[in-house]
Design a protein around this ligand. Structure first.
Ligand code: NAD
Length: 482
């Protein structure tokens, strides 16, 4: 496939630029962006200097003074106008997303773009109201939610469109201004948002800068930034937390996960298998809140395994631009190398592999086959670590107390799911899982009003819902005598 011709005319450019103080800005230093299906260079992105960051933070600080004084409706209207333009150009955006991220254009990329548009609109219409706690003869107590100031947002490479917009909308609607940094692996879509935002928002309200991990660290240390909204790995989350201490920044951390799915003896396997496959292998397993350990009761373990493998065999891994591709490549060489290492460990330890297990390194793209591991020990790396790729262990259990104990035996606490016809029992098990989200007989249902929070080392703070909006504000108690 000729990659250059696949890039829409409007984004065929070697000069993706940053948005700083209302102007599009390049840099003397550029970094390369690769298509993970071919590893060909498809674009160059500017590397921000410290001066660029200072300029962006200063502009956001100045813009905050007037932006925070607008009404919620006025700010929401700006976000709606921004969304209108993104929607008009959604095809272009979906193609760009596939080219930089790898996910299939006809399915996952289109869905991510459409979901992001839905999210922007829904978030633009969210409101936090002042609450009167006391109103008696003597005084009134009112709790208000006031914006924080300049928010620094840092995003990963697995959902570059959705996760950027998940931060932009609640941050701006609550009255903050923003400096946003995408992952250096996937800067294109986010920088493209800057070209749209330039003509919509007052200058300085939204600034988009690009660069490497050091730029992220400069943001966390920057005294002009009041809060960091971070999505990424738990290891980086700890660094963000440490360096944000410099001015006691507020932080929201959405981090890694190692979700358990628990399949009960009475589960309807024909219903469960496609859902669990989609959740575990969608986006080629590069999904924080995905089942990464599937526990199946010993009475139906073999039947489940056979059906799961049969379903998985039908799925095609390939270039996301091709219409028959179900699962795209791994987004970058760093993650691909981690998976090579994990596969090596599976081979060395001699675990039984029901499907896949061998990565063909001669391919140009970062392709990893769908891999299913048969009941490895709980202390194996494939069970304990977050592989972030299309490889999942099936694990056998005998009783419910045991499986709850094993499911909770992890430093992560992002999500989980329970599957069975006995709904009451399934809910009872779900209540015992120490994770921010638990589903029963459904999975990966998210909503604008549904809080998403990580327990344990999966995060801190909340995204979405009222709690998520509150995370972008200070709580202020206003009292006055009558
Ligand atoms: P990562 O932590 O390596 O990078 C995330 C972002 O942090 C990037 O923009 C990176 O440039 C920046 N960064 C790196 N070092 C930094 C530092 N010292 N200070 C500040 N910023 C720094 O994560 P990744 O590999 O891009 O993403 C994969 C991880 O993200 C997985 O662990 C996944 O589970 C997690 N994730 C979590 C959620 C969630 O909502 N919980 C969603 C998506 C991804």
């Amino acid at each position: 496939m000729n990659i250059a011709t696949a890039i829409p005319e409007a984004v065929r450019t070697d000069d993706f630029r940053m948005l700083i103080n209302g102007d599009l800005k390049g840099s003397n230093r550029l970094f390369e962006v690769y298509n993970p299906a071919t590893n060909a260079v498809i674009a160059h992105a500017p590397e921000a200097t410290r001066d660029d960051l200072d300029e962006a933070v200063a502009a956001a600080g100045i813009a905050f003074k007037s932006w925070s004084k607008l009404s919620w409706d006025e700010r929401g209207a700006y976000i709606h106008r921004f969304t209108d333009v993104i929607e008009q150009r959604r095809e272009e955006l979906a193609t760009m997303l596939t080219l930089e991220q790898g996910k299939p254009r006809h399915s996952f990329a289109t869905r991510e773009v459409d979901l992001a548009i839905h999210w922007l609109r829904g978030m633009a219409d969210q409101r936090l109201h002042h609450e009167i706690l006391e109103d008696n003869d003597e005084h009134v107590v009112e709790v208000q939610h006031t914006p924080l100031g300049v928010v620094g947002a840092i995003t990963p490479w697995n959902f570059p469109v959705l996760l950027s917009l998940w931060k932009i909308a609640p941050c701006l609607v609550t009255g903050n201004t923003m400096v946003l940094k995408p992952s250096p692996y996937t800067p294109m879509c986010t920088l493209w948002f800057g070209t749209i935002a330039k003509d919509i928002f007052p200058k300085g309200v939204l600034n988009i800068v690009s660069g490497g991990n050091d730029l992220g660290q400069w943001m966390t240390e920057h005294p002009g930034i009041s809060k960091i909204s971070f999505t990424g790995s738990s290891a980086t989350g700890k660094k963000v937390m440490a360096s944000s201490a410099v001015n006691l920044k507020r932080i929201t951390l959405e981090l890694g996960g190692n979700d358990a799915a628990i399949v009960m003896p009475d589960a309807d396997l024909d219903e469960v298998v496609p859902q669990l496959f989609g959740a575990a292998f969608g986006n080629s397993g590069q999904w924080c809140i995905a089942p990464k350990r599937i526990f199946i009761h010993s009475s139906n373990y073999r039947t489940f395994a056979d059906k799961f493998v049969a379903f998985a065999k039908e799925k095609k891994v390939g270039d996301g631009m091709l219409p028959d591709t179900d699962l795209g490549p791994i987004q970058n060489k760093m993650q691909y190398a981690k998976l090579l290492n994990m596969f090596e460990d599976i081979r060395e330890k001699g675990y039984n592999v029901l499907l896949g297990g061998c990565i063909d390194e001669s391919l140009a793209g970062n392709f990893v086959p769908v891999t299913i591991v048969d009941n490895p020990p709980d202390d194996s790396r494939i069970v304990r670590e977050e592989p972030f790729g299309p490889v999942v262990p099936l694990l056998q259990y005998d009783d419910f107390d045991e499986v709850v104990e094993r499911a909770n035996n992890t430093d992560y606490g992002l999500g989980g799911s329970v599957w069975g016809r006995d709904r009451a029992k399934a809910i009872e098990i779900a209540r015992q899982l120490d994770t921010g989200t638990v589903w029963v007989n459904e999975i990966q249902v998210h909503g604008i009003t549904l809080p998403l929070a990580g327990h344990k080392q999966s995060g801190m703070g909340v995204e979405n819902g009222v709690e998520g909006l509150c995370d972008f504000t200070n709580t202020k108690t206003l009292m006055f005598r009558k």
